[in-house]
Ligand binder design. Structure first.
Ligand code: SF4
Length: 410
């Protein structure tokens, strides 16, 4: 093993002891961490920022202080608490994992990577992170930050994702035999604060004398990435069906699949063939709705495998029941398990309601768990179905001010 690999651990650990980020799920350097807190934070941090996770982590620990509490909670409560964090299969796996730990492991996390990987929702990265950080095992922990640091430290010019095995091997070479969890967190912190994607601050870096990319002047060019395939586009129509008492119609998605078990406004299927130039067909369960749909705006949303454009329509009705749907007050939407996509749609529902709406007067913290509100949420004057003859509304008449931009979360 070259001497450089042996020097990385001590240099980074010394830096970590003085400059580590203080995070709510972390213990002091050298101290053991709570496996439940490490697991919860690692699941939440997948595809999400530290700033976004902090309030969710605090809310989960307050509601369910132990893994046994989480296992005993109804899945619906967990989905509601998770709403807005994205990638909702993580919340379902969180619940399944908590139950497996209680049912199969006596309420204690397995202390090694093999045992951890047998649990729902725990893959190689998360298993290594928990084993190293919570149990002090020597495990090789590689996330996106670590990949970037290793690509630069070793000047790996092969593009990602093909370079992953080499970057994992590089991390394995430099990982010390002791304080493995602190070392992994040190590399993550270095990647998050100094060896950042753009403009790495090499003059502040504890590895500057050891770094090949810095020596070769390649630090801003690495890691290289293969060109991404074009993201498929899909479209659909979503409907805000509302009553004069301020209630809107919602339904629950099937338990499996995208947004499984979460609350949504009724919509057509999301397809690549969606034609925004024609007025929408009524979705399943709403075939008997009378009166015109009024186009009120468009929602753009980036999902893992496609980009979605939803055309939002509103209709007022006096009918009391619709198959598979339920009525809910607009103000109560904040307590529903709405995925971020549907929270964007909910802003239009809020615009249909009175100005005294709780939602309308709720400031938008960032990040937050309660439903966000746009200050320019459109106010829409809808015709009552009895006051206007049925008509065909085409999307080219759609007002543009309610357009919402894409956020990269599911
Ligand atoms: S010297 Fe620069 S490129 Fe190398 S690890 Fe440090 S911050 Fe990253």
């Amino acid at each position: 093993m070259p001497d450089r690999d042996l020097e990385v651990g001590p240099a980074l650990l010394d830096w970590y002891d003085r400059h580590r980020r203080v995070l709510p799920w972390r213990s002091a350097p050298g101290a053991a961490s709570d496996p439940y807190a490490v697991w919860l934070s690692e699941i939440m941090l997948q595809q999400t920022t530290v700033a976004a996770v902090k309030p969710y982590f605090a809310a989960f620990l307050a509601a369910w202080p132990t893994v046994r509490d989480l296992a005993a909670a109804p899945l619906d409560d967990i989905l509601k608490a998770w709403a807005g964090l994205g990638y909702y299969s993580r919340a379902r796996n969180l619940h399944a994992c908590a139950r497996a730990i209680v049912d199969q492991h006596g309420g204690r996390f397995p202390p090694d990577e093999v045992g951890l990987r047998s649990l729902p929702g725990i893959g190689p990265y998360t298993a290594a992170a928990i084993a190293a950080i919570a149990f002090g095992q020597r495990a090789v922990v590689v996330d996106g930050n670590v990949e970037r640091v290793m690509a630069r430290l070793c000047a790996v010019e092969e593009p990602l994702p093909a370079a992953r095995p080499r970057l994992h091997a590089a991390m394995n070479r430099v990982t010390p035999q002791s304080r493995t969890g602190d070392f992994a967190q040190a590399v993550m912190d270095l990647g998050a604060t100094i060896c950042t994607p753009r403009s790495p601050a090499c003059v502040l870096c504890p590895l500057i004398a050891l770094c090949d990319a810095r020596r070769l002047g390649l630090q801003a060019d690495l890691p290289r990435k293969s060109k991404k395939a074009k993201v498929p586009q899909r479209g659909g129509a979503v409907f805000i069906v509302h009553r004069s008492d301020g209630c809107v119609l919602v339904r629950q998605r099937p338990p499996e699949g995208l947004f499984g078990g979460m609350t949504e406004f009724p919509s057509t299927p999301w397809t690549e063939q969606h034609d925004a130039e024609h007025s929408p067909t009524r979705p399943v369960g709403l075939e008997k709705l009378e009166g015109p749909f009024v186009p009120v705006g468009t929602v753009e949303h980036g999902l893992t495998h496609f980009h979605l454009t939803l055309h939002v329509y509103a209709i007022r009705t006096d009918r009391q029941s619709f198959e598979g749907c339920r009525w809910i007050a607009v103000d109560a939407l904040a307590g529903e398990a709405l995925p971020t996509l549907m929270r964007k749609v909910a802003r239009f529902a809020q615009g249909l309601n009175s100005e005294t709406s709780t939602l309308a007067n709720t400031p938008e913290p960032e990040p937050q768990i309660t439903l966000p509100v746009q200050s320019d949420c459109p106010k829409i004057n809808l015709p009552h179905p009895k006051s206007q003859a049925p008509n065909e509304f085409r999307t080219r008449h759609m007002p543009q001010r309610g357009r919402s931009r894409t956020t990269p979360s599911a």
